[in-house]
Ligand binder design. Structure first.
Ligand code: PGA
Ligand code: ZN
Length: 428
């Protein structure tokens, strides 16, 4: 059965930083509806799909009135009549509308619009079939992705208070999602106590992690370890640390700018290597800048079997870059963000490329988010190893974690995915 799209409605809604974003709602002939809201990054890679924003003075140039208008004028007529269940056909059109060469009037509609429309199509297809969105992708998932949860925010999400962007934890000994969150919530609380013991608390960063009142990366890691132990958990056994270095943010042509020093690639990676030896760091995301292939390769070669090197800005959810980077041994796992590539199908191809090259898969939200819970469905439906949506506070984060809990419940209580996949480049 097909279920043709009959209407597309676009509107300006708001994200977790008080910035406008695009929401799209699709309706099909059966009456099925689906909605999607585009998220937004703060530390974006230069190869990401480009958001369309108005520019000018209003709202710092970040309004989306033009994107909303183009969605109704250009995207709506292009999608109406297509089968809402045919995600690939819809996404193919969306990708064309966002290309300079193929878009009508030579004006790309914007990755924010294509992302919102593509997610809306996924949800409308689910409604059309009468199943949850995860079931459109995989009717019988066998595990729930392991949550990776921010405890301290840094980098571009905390006014560059620390160079490193994300200090996260990942439950290791927990076998169910409920146990995982019990462990993480306890660590969030105890880390708060550790910080309170050092002076006034400073609130939270963009993704809900504690604002890092610390002297630098090692101090932040010591705070995490102290919090894990205070929670009665064993670092590296019950709870691992995950870092998103987001090194593109402080990489320059002359090297990496960290705490008043400029380090060459080899020196910087050696410093990270030392941290990986000293602390139980399970995953290390973007240790090198988005153009530093050698830095990523060094990280993969140096950090040993215990640490999985993840590509985010370095890969931008691009299937070709993933295949290339796998061949170059530049990553062990890939971060998947739908809005980096602009469509669900583009991201699904990136997941397939990762699996074809035996790389781990982490499905991730952005630092600017909304109540949209698509990421939980995508992570389960794509069989991701890990899911990352920020901290365990703030509604736009808990919306996704709580959806993951509901999905697990609907599936009868699946176990969590194995911690890290076997990693091709590191087995020797
Ligand atoms: P961003 O941060 O959404 O600001 O890019 C998230 C990440 O880097 O993983
Ligand atoms: Zn990242």
């Amino acid at each position: 059965m097909t279920d043709p799209i009959t209407a597309l409605r676009a509107r300006r809604v708001w994200d977790s930083r008080g910035v406008p974003t695009v929401e799209i709602e699709l309706t099909a002939a059966s009456g099925a509806r689906g909605r999607g809201i585009a998220p937004a990054g703060a530390s974006t890679g230069r190869r990401e799909a480009l958001e369309l924003r108005d520019g000018g003075d209003v709202l710092g140039g970040r309004d989306v009135s033009m994107a909303v208008r183009l969605a109704e004028e250009i995207v709506a007529p292009a999608l109406v009549g297509l089968d809402v269940r045919d995600q690939e056909a819809i996404d193919d059109i969306l990708a064309r509308l966002d290309s300079v060469d193929e878009s009508p009037r030579g004006r790309p509609v914007g990755g924010n619009t294509t992302t919102a429309a593509s997610l809306a199509a996924l949800h409308a297809a689910a409604a059309s079939r009468g199943v949850p969105a995860w079931a459109v992708l995989d009717p019988s998932p066998h595990a729930i992705p392991r949550p990776q949860i921010q405890i301290l925010g840094g980098g571009a999400h905390a006014a560059h208070r620390t160079a490193v962007q994300d200090f996260m934890v990942m439950p290791l000994s927990a076998v169910t999602i409920q146990d995982a969150f019990l462990h993480v919530a306890e660590v969030y609380r105890t880390v708060g106590e550790v910080l309170a013991g050092r002076g006034p608390r400073r609130g939270v960063a963009d993704e809900g992690g504690h604002w890092p009142e610390v002297s630098g990366t090692e101090d932040a890691l010591d705070v995490l370890i102290e919090g894990i132990e205070r929670a009665g958990l064993e670092p590296g056994v019950d709870m691992a640390i995950s870092l998103d270095i987001a090194a593109t943010q402080f990489a320059g042509p002359d090297g990496y700018h960290v705490q008043g020093r400029t380090l060459r690639t080899a020196e910087w990676i050696a410093e990270l290597h030392r941290l990986c030896e000293k602390y139980p760091i399970a995953t290390l995301e973007d240790p090198a800048g988005e153009d530093d292939l050698e830095g990523m390769q060094l990280a993969v070669a140096n950090t040993g079997e215990r640490t999985t090197v993840v590509g985010d800005d370095f890969l931008v959810t691009d299937a070709h870059r993933i295949a290339f980077s796998a061949g170059e041994q530049a990553v062990d796992a890939v971060l998947i963000k739908v809005n980096q590539v602009g469509t669900v199908t583009g991201a699904a191809r990136a997941v397939a490329a990762a699996r074809a090259h035996h790389l781990g898969v982490i499905v991730s939200a952005r630092s600017g988010e909304s109540e949209d819970v698509s990421v939980a469905h995508l992570a389960v439906g794509w069989g991701a190893d890990i899911v990352k949506v920020g901290s365990i506070t703030r509604g736009e984060r808990t919306a996704k974690w709580n959806e993951l809990i509901r999905i697990d419940d609907a599936l009868g209580g699946l176990g969590l995915a194995a911690t890290v996949r076997p990693i091709a480049g590191k087995q020797a």
